[in-house]
Design a protein around this ligand. Sequence first.
Ligand code: ZN
Ligand code: ZN
Length: 325
Amino acid sequence: MRAMVLFEPQKPLIESDIPVPSLAAGEVLVQVEACAVCRTDLHIVDGELPNPKLPLVPGHEIVGRVAALGSNARRFAVGDRVGIPWVAWTCGECEYCRNDQENLCEFGRFTGYSIDGGYAEFCTADERFCVNIPDLYKDVEAAPLLCAGLIGFRSYRKTGDAKRVGIFGFGAAAHLIIQVAVYEGKEVHVFTRSNEGQDFAKSLGARWVGDSEHVPANSLDAAIIFAPAGALVPRALQSVRKGGVVVCGGIHMSDIPQFPYDILWGERVLCSVANLTRNDAEEFMRIAPKVPVRASFEVFPLCEANSALTRLRAGQLQGAAVLKL
Ligand SMILES: [Zn+2]
Ligand SMILES: [Zn+2]
């Protein structure tokens, strides 16, 4: 099968002909129809995340059709449409798994990082971790929901009942989650440098848009940081009122500069979001078609995965990039 393969971090992916993966018990073989390109893929390719499987087929926002069933796989039938997200497997036995925090599993495996993902014609997945895709969405429309949407949603849920919500950075996750926030009656403030990003945020219902250099102090109930820039943490803390929460939604961030205790004091809370649970996926896929959440995306053929990554790195994408097989 055709695949785009990472042989060495900090080098471009190489278009390769590799064997169709073989099935283990409880797995499905999926013919990939679409796979969105996530910022995490970029962190892996750029060598910012440690110890990826090598060589590696990246990609963890996969929509495809079940092509074959492994032994004991019963959840789906051949031909069914499934989504495959970032969390590929958890142990079910560690302290975290037993306490409803499978996203923090000590032994978790991740699609397109510790096992091969969807920048290929086929991939395999543990059927228990596959996601049902609402009928409303075409394959390419659904792919960006599977990480940008799911992890963005987990970040958004951490803001609780906040009414005035700030979003720092306006990429793939932010443009999906703002739709849910506006649907739920939130007043969303978006901080992003680019004029296009600001216009885009306004078109999706942002109450206020502007540069993160000009954050009004104590004006928000909560803030979510999607941009991987540690310098935004003190700014976001300054923007929230006493008791407010600042959520870091990314898997990687540059160092956070030193800041005075004052801006954290007043029972402000700073937290991160790691991975997702199957419950997050189910909840998001229930609410997404009601909003309805619509992804903005640009389609690339599989062989142009490197240019999709380059455009993402340069901040030149509005919304998400999706590889169409
Ligand atoms: Zn576990
Ligand atoms: Zn992702």
